[in-house]
Design a protein around this ligand. Structure first.
Ligand code: IMP
Length: 433
């Protein structure tokens, strides 16, 4: 069972790149299975910071990176990101599934238009065209990466889609990108992409048969999942464990580890209720210290106390074998730290799950446990503590870690106290053999 999945347990931006970076060195292949360039991974290696959107963050290791069939691919972003990596001395080693759907210019325009029309129901999307591309996939009018191989067929498909989309664009007085222009732009990147296109399902199965390890790198988080997240304020893909199987074409029985990444507090970009949001100076403290500004959009993130109801619900959906706790350092210097352990609702009573209705969710009051804080500790000191070992972790920090571990009843594999590789500590490693 040589697959290890790394999944976000909250609303994305949990710091998944941190654990992916650690595991990527030990696996053979890194694969993305859902989402697109709406994601934003910041990977810090030495004095270099890489901001990636579409490519898996593990690509910086030079290992084979797979963009699976469940991903929606903006071909222009893909080429840009490859070029940017090459310019910094990293030769990306990438293959792209012929079944992955393509984000085209009209999807991005439609994303903005839909948000405008939706008004108060708008999700606050990244405007990358994610929703409209997945919608076309489901409506069976999408264009797939494999279609780039056949220019005649591609032309026909783009012309057909124009027929569908044009009347809607016209209604809103927006110019629909002309098929000739879309085709011309695709031709420009096509030559770069053709050598990368393959049946990644077959490739991954060959790797599995050889006993190779695959790291399935999740984007976004469980509560942005299209089925299980806070609909309609979600993304349009499955960021939970089932997405690994459908988005890569691998069976569930091949998944050995499911690692849930949990940020030590919460952050949220976009709309929708956030029960533990702090709109006071503590929220600002978390945002500034945690540099909580969107990697993709630059938007300030909404911040608040850790909500263990969200994480517990995410554990139900994913069955975490381990968790990784990130950005614990951000909480340093606070006198006390609160953690939501259940919700109180006027009609539903006390609950420990996320209700389906956003009206119900908005009426959920978090019930907190209060834990003692710890001193402010500099990034250098955290690195020092990590070097010296678990015993050097401040007592109250350890209490916080143990509280989360106890509540979820899932072992903490790694705790991280900053973006640098040396600012993390392994509490219980996994075996990859
Ligand atoms: P979309 O994925 O661009 O359609 O956006 C839908 C929702 O998901 C919005 O609330 C976005 O802010 C959120 N979202 C999408 N990708 C990410 C991510 O990588 N991190 C955090 N939030 C995200």
């Amino acid at each position: 069972m040589p697959i290890v999945a790394v999944l976000g347990s909250q609303w994305g931006d949990e710091g998944k790149g941190r654990v992916v970076d650690y595991l990527a060195k030990r696996v053979d292949i890194i694969a993305r299975f859902q989402g697109g360039d709406n994601a934003g991974h910041t990977v810090v290696v030495g004095n270099q910071t890489f901001k990636l959107h579409l490519l898996p963050s593990g690509v910086v290791t030079g290992k084979l990176s797979v963009i699976g069939n469940g991903v929606v691919v903006n071909p222009f972003t893909l080429v840009e990101e490859m070029d940017a990596l090459e310019a910094r001395g990293i030769k990306p080693n990438i293959v792209v599934s012929d079944r992955a759907h393509i984000i085209l210019p009209y999807h991005r325009i439609l994303d903005g238009l839909q948000e405008r029309i939706k008004g108060k129901f708008a999700a606050g999307t990244t405007r990358k065209g994610i929703g409209p591309t997945y919608a076309d996939k489901m409506a069976r009018i999408g264009i797939r990466i494999g279609d780039l191989k056949d220019l005649t067929g591609l032309k026909e498909k783009i012309e057909l889609i124009y027929k569908y989309k044009q009347p809607l664009f016209e209604k809103y007085n927006i110019e629909c990108p002309k098929p000739e222009k879309v085709l011309e732009d695709l031709r420009k990147v096509r030559e770069r992409l053709l050598p990368l296109i393959t049946d990644t399902t077959v490739l991954l199965h060959e790797a599995l048969a050889e006993g190779k390890w695959i790291l399935a790198e999740g984007a976004q988080g469980a509560h942005l999942d299209i089925d299980h997240g806070v609909y309609p304020y979600t993304t349009s893909s499955n960021a939970t464990i089932g997405g690994v199987c459908t988005g890569l074409g691998v069976p569930a029985s091949e998944i050995r580890y499911v690692i849930g990444v949990v940020k030590a507090y919460i952050s949220r970009v976009g709309a929708g209720p956030v029960p533990t949001e702090l709109t006071n100076e503590i929220g600002d403290y978390l945002r500034e210290r945690g540099r909580e500004y969107g990697t993709t959009t630059g938007r300030p993130r909404r911040c608040g106390w850790l909500d263990l109801v969200l994480v517990k619900h995410s554990h139900r959906l994913n069955g975490f074998t381990h968790i990784v706790l990130t950005k614990i350092d951000v909480l340093s210097g606070l006198k006390e730290i609160k953690v939501a352990v259940k919700y109180k609702h006027s009609e539903l009573g006390e609950i420990d799950y996320v209700p389906a209705s956003m009206k119900d969710f908005a009426g959920c009051e978090p019930v907190y446990e209060t834990l003692p804080g710890w001193d402010d500790i500099s990034p250098e000191e955290w690195a020092n503590i990590c070097k010296q070992g678990v015993d050097r972790i401040p007592e109250n920090t350890m209490k916080y870690i143990k509280f989360i571990e106890g509540y979820l009843n899932v072992p903490v594999m790694m705790a991280s106290f900053g973006p640098e590789r040396e600012q993390g500590i392994l509490l219980q490693d996994i075996e990859l053999n």
